[in-house]
Design a binder for this molecule. Structure first.
Ligand code: F1P
Length: 364
């Protein structure tokens, strides 16, 4: 149920609705995989590139990391705006490219221009990921995969991020033998459990922005989680109009931590490989007086809290059942809820954030 007295009812409905839309995306995976088969085998491409703008670019980063793991070779995420003019700085002359172009609206001019450029200069094969077929981006691609199940009314992308990212995982998995199909299928239940366990505590934290006990959010993540940290920071910026930043977890120690004080919150998505360093990082954060919120399991919180006390963490125990590179889709709700409840605390309507509806299309 969406409460009566909140701002941004569509956004909240969409955040909570990601459990069922992600479930539907999983159910429809087989039909999308059939369409994707025309682009196989993947070893015919020298480069697989994911692209997009804003949230869709962050999705591309999460997707590229997971594809790299599943394909056993590097897969790139490149911002659409970079591909328009600088593609030769990212891609070798003569490269054979498969381009996955992500755009929720399918109307983002940079994504359309990027596809046109890479097709013209590399004769690339391209697939659009949009919410509705027949979009501007879709018509310039060889195939458009549409995701009407996660249609969004809000200007800010939430459940579409989760669904399209899950679909991106499933395509690579389908192309590489379907090893993870059953694990990916647990995503909706894991998201539901996370929403239930953590929404109240996230809301309580966000409320502290109301009287400026909290003024800044930092999101940290490495490897699989960097795209998620970027996306979470973007949600707070877009929805609550509050500047927030994201860094690779250990990069944060080298400069950005200087701006941290007791009015800062650090949300950390710890990668398993970096767990041995998290005690040091959290100790440094605690020394500034800032609040730190690792999004982790009880077990890991015990490990990283061995020497310092980690009182605050958001529990995600059951997410351990699936490999780390799939967890960004499971944890995306964290940034959605922080952005949403912070917007409410500072009296901003997250359905229609200032300045975003005025996005002007670039000329072709
Ligand atoms: C791209 C995008 C969104 C962002 C904002 C502005 O949209 O950058 O990710 O949340 O609304 O546009 P799209 O290409 O995914 O439709």
């Amino acid at each position: 149920m969406v409460p009566q007295n909140v701002l941004g009812k569509a956004t909240l409905r969409e955040i909570r609705g990601q459990v069922s839309s992600c479930g539907e995306t999983i159910q429809r995976a087989a039909e999308r995989l059939i369409a994707f088969e025309a682009f196989l085998p993947l070893d015919q491409y020298t480069d697989v590139v994911l692209t997009g703008c804003g949230s869709s670019y962050n999705l591309a980063k999460c997707g590229a990391f997971a594809w790299s793991e599943m394909l056993g070779r590097p897969v790139k995420a490149i911002p659409a705006s970079e591909l328009i003019h600088f593609s030769s700085r990212y891609l070798a002359c003569g490269a054979k490219i498969l381009l996955l172009a992500i755009s929720r609206t399918g109307a983002t001019s940079e994504v359309r221009l990027a596809v046109q450029t890479v097709k013209r200069d590399y004769d690339a094969k391209s697939i659009a990921f949009t919410l509705q077929s027949g979009s501007d981006v879709g018509v310039v691609c060889d195939l458009e995969l549409a995701f009407p199940e996660c249609y969004e009314e809000s200007v800010v992308m939430t459940r579409a991020f989760t669904s399209i990212l899950t679909a991106v995982y499933l395509l690579a998995d389908g192309a590489t033998g379907g090893r993870y199909q059953d694990q990916i299928a647990t995503a909706p239940a894991l998201i539901a459990a996370g929403l239930k366990a953590n929404e109240d505590s996230i809301r309580t934290l966000a409320t502290l922005t109301q009287d400026r006990q909290i003024e800044r959010f930092f999101f940290l993540g490495s490897g699989a989680f960097k795209g998620l940290a970027d996306e979470s920071a973007l949600k707070v910026t877009e929805m609550a109009l509050l500047c927030s930043a994201s860094y690779h977890s250990l990069e944060f120690r080298h400069g950005p931590i200087a701006a941290l004080d007791k009015k800062g919150v650090v949300v950390l998505f710890p990668a398993e490989a970096e767990i041995p360093y998290m005690t040091t990082l959290l100790g440094e954060i605690a020394a500034t007086g800032a609040r730190a919120f690792p999004v982790t399991t009880r077990e890991m919180a015990r490990v990283i809290g061995k020497e310092i006390s980690v009182e605050n963490y958001w529990v995600t125990d059951s997410a351990l059942q699936i490999p780390e590179f799939f967890r960004p889709a499971i944890f995306a709700y964290v940034g959605h809820l922080i952005g949403y409840w912070t917007a409410n605390a500072v009296d901003v309507n997250p359905d229609r954030p200032r300045n975003l509806e005025r996005t002007v299309f670039l000329n072709s």
